[in-house]
Write a protein that binds this ligand. Structure first.
Ligand code: PDD
Length: 280
């Protein structure tokens, strides 16, 4: 396997950043995960726009213009012979003697790109649906930035796995679900309306979320962007969780409550179908 690190294509096994990289020391960086399906990137424009926004919000420079950056990603995908998988990209504020304030403007950001085959959970998991557990949302107040500072997400995901669940849905002080640790959260109400939390600084603007809303609307499925509580989710007709890697993954249990009859719902299935057409 091959990785790209700061201008070089290097063996993945020994690829690394400098010990004084601010990504390592301060989690001072941002990332993107882009799906590759049939050898092609999915929703690349959306991911690039979100990357530019994350960098702008943190005042980190773009490591290179968008076009060459896309070429680097294409090259990493090619060199790793990825047909279906993901490309991972991370930009850190750069390498400098450890000190909290930004380094001088002349210090370039660092860029790492990797790619690997394999996209999403097994067909069996997708067919059956998964369980999520709910946990308090302990993250910072700028979850709209795709920061690599993911410690609360890591702890919540680990708690989910230790409870035998696939994902943790994080809950705000009002009892409303914000999002998963690496996914956006959705329900379908009794009357067949798709509900997901509105964009703001309390969730990440998922690219899959954006695409799913567009696909649903075009298919005549009503969409409402509003917060929903854990109780509402437990009583919902369907639930699912979305990301670049999972698409729309059916959720059939929330904590100890079974969602509807405990099987993936028809609207979730329909959205997966539409998403596969979108990727083809
Ligand atoms: N996670 N919410 C959070 C907190 C996320 O980290 C992600 C993505 C999403 C879904 O966004 P998208 O649809 O653009 O993938 C929502 C990536 C996949 C990850 O951390 O691996």
């Amino acid at each position: 396997r091959i990785a790209y690190v700061n201008g070089r294509y290097v063996p993945h096994a020994t690829a690394g950043v400098h010990v004084e990289d601010r990504g390592l020391q301060f989690s001072d960086g941002v990332y993107e995960v882009i799906a590759i399906a049939g050898g092609r990137p999915i929703d690349m424009t959306g991911h690039m726009e979100r990357l530019a926004r994350s960098l702008r919000e943190l005042r980190i420079a773009m490591p290179m213009p968008a076009r060459p950056l896309r070429m680097v990603m294409r090259e990493v995908v090619r060199r790793n012979r990825v047909r279906n998988g993901i490309v991972y990209l991370q930009v850190n504020r750069g390498v400098y003697r450890r000190d909290h304030p930004f380094p001088p403007a002349a210090v370039p950001p660092s860029l790492v790109v990797t790619a690997r085959s394999g996209l999403g959970p097994s067909a069996a998991v997708t067919e059956e649906g998964v369980r999520v557990v709910t946990v308090p949302d302990q993250r910072w107040a700028r979850r709209d930035i795709k920061s690599v500072a993911l410690l609360p997400n890591v702890l919540a995901k680990q708690a989910a796995r230790e409870a035998g669940a696939y994902e943790a849905w994080q809950v705000d002080a009002d009892g409303a679900v914000t999002e998963g640790t690496s996914t956006n959260a959705w329900i379908v109400t009794r009357d067949g309306t798709l509900v997901t939390r509105p964009l703001g600084d309390d969730i990440l603007a998922g690219i899959t979320r954006h695409t799913l809303i567009a696909l649903a609307r075009a298919d005549g499925i009503p969409v409402e962007q509003r917060a929903f509580t854990v109780d509402e989710a437990k009583a919902a007709r369907e639930a699912f969780t979305s990301s670049t890697t999972l698409l729309a993954l059916p959720v059939v249990r929330i904590d100890d409550a079974v969602v509807a009859n405990g099987a993936p719902g028809s609207i979730t299935r329909r959205l997966r179908e539409l998403y596969h057409i979108h990727m083809a």
